[in-house]
Write a protein that binds this ligand. Structure first.
Ligand SMILES: [Zn+2]
Length: 183
């Protein structure tokens, strides 16, 4: 997409938003009060806003490759803390997807130096017997989400501040558009 197209798309967005609600941007300026904190994969096919059609202001989103909860990840920890303590979100959603390239890299033991550290986090989240059980990529993407739900509930910030916030896990099917609830 050329940069001009990027701008044109934005102008179209502004026009449509104002058509639905002329005060839309004035209201956004007053602040955010999102109901959801979403942890999603960075994959370009799985944008949480696009697949749910929730308007701006409804989701506080953190994205990384293969939607990982890593206790030592200070960027994620800050997002989680801010979402729970300041935004007071009602639900935490962990959303993985089928055909996940991050899970595939872990499954195939990718050794590229720049990816290695992150891929090792994903590898730790896969069932140890996945090869002998011949689990395929989509099954592993599902197992990965379930594992991140467990890790989130053990995250020090969740334990300290988020006990009353419900955690849900979903798998987005890129082949059909369906959002499947897993946990
Ligand atoms: Zn992915």
């Amino acid at each position: 997409m050329a940069s001009q197209d990027f701008r044109n798309k934005n102008e179209e967005f502004i026009r449509m938003a104002k058509e639905t609600n002329p005060d839309f941007f004035e209201e956004l300026k007053n602040g955010q009060s999102p109901e959801y904190f979403v942890l999603s994969c960075s994959d370009s096919r799985v944008s949480p806003s696009v697949i749910t059609q929730l308007p701006l202001g409804q989701m506080f989103v953190h994205r990384n490759i293969a939607n990982q909860v890593v206790a030592a990840d200070e960027s994620f920890a800050a997002s989680l803390f801010f979402a729970i303590r300041h935004l007071k979100v009602k639900k935490i959603i962990i959303k993985g997807h089928t055909s996940c390239g991050g899970v595939k890299a872990a499954m195939e033991r990718n050794h590229e130096k720049e990816l290695q550290k992150w891929v090792s986090h994903i590898q730790e989240s896969l069932p140890t017997n996945f090869e002998t059980e011949s689990m395929d990529l989509d099954e592993l993407s599902k197992q990965n989400v379930l594992r991140q739900v467990k890790k989130l509930k053990k995250h020090p910030i969740y334990i300290k501040y988020g006990q009353n916030v419900e955690v849900q896990g979903y798998l987005f099917h890129v082949e059909s558009g369906e959002l499947e609830r897993l946990a």
